[in-house]
Write a protein of this length. Structure first.
Lengths: 173, 309, 173
């Protein structure tokens, strides 16, 4: 039984992104072997034309559908974040820590409903501050959107990069 | 690394925490950390004497484990840690230490959380907020646009969000016997606490709650409000988030959180007197609140709660 | 975008056996194309040394971990019965036959939702009795948990034994 196949089976059946330690506990293999197996698996999956990839999010790994196939696959999976909430989520991530009152200026009254949904999903944290509420992203945010980040600063930087790509690609007014 | 340098690491960690004590921290916080520093210092010198106080002894065990197992004081694997702790205490055959250990476990978790919060605070750009400190921002809208959109404007204008929810499998596994036993153990403890709570209510009910239906509904109200609080997630929750109907519901929520605060389950505070929003926060970290530690803590608290007049 | 990759993404995300019709609805591809894609995928997966296979169960297809890897893989998956519901189930087994109103005293208002879930799973039976409902465990409960019992009395006795062991193990103050 080759070690990367054991790790492959574990990644496939894990209910959420897992760390090397999680994989260790489940397999009994040592950390070095697991890191090696992860490396080989990522080469194998991500380098092929398969619809599935192995993503790294800071210290966590997950098997997931590649972006270009996610629309079709999403229909059979249970996605939880409504499309119109995604944009609000990305704006919060970009401007965080940001006051809800400021987000109101950007997206209007729907911010209250969106923040409630995002907090319920555990993607955003809301803390009272002055007369408003301060919003920041959570660890689950990183996992749900598959961002390779360890901190809020990383998430912010990642979004800045995406914004730069967007403005290069399709600047609109 | 040697025993001495491991001790130095822990001392460095404690010094950091001492240096970030804020003005609004609990008054005994500084002396508490002083005590810890003293303890580790003694440990390093080999002059630490066993205390009679179970809590102090269990704190010493914590430091001993961290030092001897070369754990990184900035990143303790709590699961590993609590396993080692329990093994160590069982070996000593000291039941008092098990209870004390739970408190230490919670305290440690809180300490760790606080560090994270402090680091976030240090990293946070404050200039916008500082500019308006002490001002009423409502009156500034006329002549100031405080929000620099920057490159985020692209995100605002585009139709597609730059993030997308990754499609993963929803994996499930069958329940095993061990799962069932674990669940049973937890459930048994929780229901025992509910029974104790009911007894407590019976004993200290207010005279005007003599009427049976009134008393029953109070217990149910508290249980229901506690459940509502649990759906609100971690961190501080404005009481208005718990309202779920008209005036009567507001009274129910308000009275229930007062009871829960007295039972030691919640912190409650108000930012602006006298009509500002009331906030509440569950006293122990959320995940632990769901587990046995919270139940143990509540069980102890029930005994300590003063008579409700 | 090759059709078998679309089907691959769908099988991965469905996480339960699906029919060709399910795959059609999600992808918009026609049934023949899907059957062809399934055939190619089965050759690719099942003929390789990967830890994952595509299994056919009657009219349904599923992506799953190969049998030889299933021990390790299960550990990171999520419990099929949510923990909270499981706790309620064990209490019902312990106190059975027990009135739902009594269970309300033990676990609170969530009892209604839990009983519904447990009845749906076939683990608990609910019969109207007096003004409340009487709850007992079913044969499937015994099967699911592999308890050596022939009757409800046996289940109860078994749990009592476990409870005694538990309280012997960790005496509370």
């Amino acid at each position: 039984m080759r070690t990367e196949r054991i790790v492959e089976a574990e990644l496939f059946s894990a209910a959420k992104p897992v760390t090397v330690t999680d994989l260790q506990t489940a397999s009994g293999l040592d950390a070095r072997t697991i890191r090696g197996a992860l490396k080989r698996l990522m080469d194998e999956y991500n380098g092929s034309d398969r619809a599935i990839e192995i993503a790294k999010m800071g210290p966590r790994y997950a098997m997931q559908v590649k972006k270009e196939y996610s629309t079709q696959a999403g229909r059979l999976a249970e996605l939880k974040v409504p499309k119109d909430v995604l944009k609000t989520a990305s704006l919060i991530a970009y401007y965080q820590p940001v006051l809800q009152s400021k987000m109101f200026d950007l997206v209007g009254a729907k911010i209250y409903d969106h923040v409630k949904q995002l907090v319920d999903l555990g993607l955003v944290k809301a803390r009272p501050k002055r007369k408003s509420v301060e919003l920041t992203t959570t660890k689950r945010f990183i996992e749900t959107f598959g961002i390779d980040a360890r901190s809020r600063q990383d998430v912010k930087a990642w979004l800045e990069e995406q914004a730069a790509k967007l403005s290069g690609k399709s600047p609109r007014t | 690394m040697s025993f001495t340098s491991e001790c130095t690491n822990v001392l460095g960690h404690l010094m950091f925490h001492k240096s970030i004590i804020e003005d609004d921290a609990a008054p005994d916080r500084e002396s508490k950390i002083e005590g810890y520093l003293h303890m580790v210092d003694e440990m390093q010198k080999g002059t630490l004497v066993d205390s009679d106080d179970p809590f102090e002894r269990s704190v010493a065990v914590v430091f001993e484990l961290v030092v001897n197992n070369k754990m990184n004081p900035w990143d303790i694997n709590l699961i590993e840690f609590s396993k080692m702790y329990l093994a160590r205490v069982r070996k000593a055959g000291d039941l008092n230490l098990i209870i004390a250990g739970k408190l230490v476990y919670m305290a440690w978790e809180i300490l760790k959380l606080q560090t994270e919060q402090v680091l976030q605070r240090v990293d946070r750009p404050e200039h916008v907020d500082i500019m308006f400190d002490g001002w009423d921002p409502d009156h500034l809208d006329l002549f100031v646009d405080p929000f620099e959109l920057g490159a985020g404007e692209v995100i605002l204008r585009t139709n597609d969000a730059p993030i997308d929810e990754k499609v993963r499998r929803k994996s499930e596994r069958p329940v095993t016997l061990i799962d069932l036993l674990d669940a049973f153990e937890e459930a048994k403890k929780e229901s025992d606490i509910r029974k104790e709570l009911a007894k407590f209510m019976e004993k200290y009910r207010r005279p005007e709650f003599e009427d049976k239906s009134h008393k029953e509904s109070l217990e149910e109200d508290i249980a229901e409000v506690w459940e509502r609080i649990q759906t609100c997630g971690q961190g501080s929750v404005p009481i208005t988030d718990l309202y779920n109907g008209g005036k009567e519901d507001r009274v129910k929520v308000f009275v229930s959180i007062l009871y829960l605060a007295r039972m030691g389950k919640l912190h409650i505070w108000q930012e602006k007197m006298p009509f500002g929003e009331v906030f509440l926060e569950v006293k122990v970290p959320w995940d632990i609140a769901q587990l046995e530690d919270a139940t143990a803590a509540t069980a102890m608290k029930v005994e300590e709660v003063p008579v409700v007049k």
